[in-house]
Write a protein that binds this ligand. Structure first.
Ligand SMILES: C[S@@+](CC[C@H](N)C(=O)[O-])C[C@H]1O[C@@H](n2cnc3c(N)ncnc32)[C@H](O)[C@@H]1O
Ligand SMILES: [Zn+2]
Length: 274
């Protein structure tokens, strides 16, 4: 079996949309680096590349290895299958030939990996995140059509009008950058928490509820013309391990003593055309 490093090399040999995060020139793959005339970015042993302009980089203390590891353990429990099916159905209806997919703030990569597994068309997938530990874990999903890099949603190292599908699952986005990189025929899928998302967990951790659901929609409506909004809302049963994973993957939590046996999944899916 080829190493992640070798597999990513194959992916990058066929890449034609990455650009230099420093000078903006198109990057070309030579030997084991992406290069423009002035700058060079090496593939790591894990098959990923750091494409954050280093002057701007500050690794996150909150989004650390422990958080992403627990997030993965929870996600692979299968609790979000309805979300994957919902998004993949929309994409399978709309696309049939090879597409480029960009995943903004992909985290440790499991959500999008499960969506990709349901796609019926060919694609080239680029996942990126600002947290080093996220990309280290996401590298487990590297494949000939899946590549992961360290990047910033505010300065995306991708050429203009080159992406068919932008995914944003519970991550931040930058309107200008989204509009710059997406093709006219493209679709931007944004997932954000509804008011009751993980409500029971937030209650036992003494955290505030998500009360900015309407702000997110208003904000999107100001920025994009064609938006369809859907809501997925269901309860799931969780065991003690699931509960511990949830607690450890929740940033800014407060101490708790009780355990819960179910939680609400309440997610809004915005399907946005540019
Ligand atoms: C709630 S997590 C969601 C991660 C993943 N999409 C998932 O659903 O599992 C938010 C993610 O956004 C990333 N993030 C925050 N600011 C970012 C930025 N400026 N550029 C890229 N990623 C960023 C964080 O590192 C984190 O992985
Ligand atoms: Zn450059």
């Amino acid at each position: 079996m080829k190493s992640k490093f070798e597999v990513s090399k194959e992916f990058l040999k066929n890449d034609d949309i990455l650009k230099c995060p420093i000078c903006g020139e198109r990057l070309l793959f030579l030997d084991k680096s992406l290069k423009c005339d002035k700058h060079s970015f090496d593939i790591s042993r894990k098959g990923t590349i750091n494409l954050v302009y280093s002057k701007h980089y500050k690794n996150s203390k909150i989004y650390n290895y422990e958080l992403f590891k627990n997030r993965r353990e929870f996600i692979i429990g299968g609790f979000y299958f309805r979300l994957y099916k919902f998004i993949s159905d929309i994409l399978n209806d709309r696309f049939s030939s090879e597409c480029t997919i960009l995943d903004l703030g992909c985290g440790e990569g499991s959500h999008s990996k499960f969506i990709l597994d349901l796609l019926k068309f060919d694609y080239k997938y680029y996942g990126f995140d600002y947290a080093k530990d996220a990309i280290k874990l996401a590298s487990d999903y590297i494949n000939y059509n899946r590549f992961y890099f360290l990047g910033d949603v505010n300065r995306i190292p991708i050429l203009d009008s080159s992406i068919d599908i932008i995914l944003d699952i519970l991550s931040p986005f930058n309107e200008k950058e989204v509009k710059r990189i997406i093709k006219d025929s493209g679709v931007f899928i944004k997932v954000s928490p509804g008011k009751n998302y993980l409500k029971e967990l937030r209650d036992v951790l003494n955290m505030e509820e998500y009360n900015n659901e309407n702000d997110v929609f208003d904000n999107l409506q100001k920025r994009f013309k064609k938006i369809d909004k859907y809501n997925l809302n269901y309860k799931i049963e969780i065991n003690e391990d699931n509960f511990q994973n949830l607690v450890k993957m929740t940033p800014a939590k407060k101490n708790n003593s009780s355990v819960i046996s179910f939680v609400t999944i309440d997610l809004n899916v915005y399907v946005i055309r540019i």
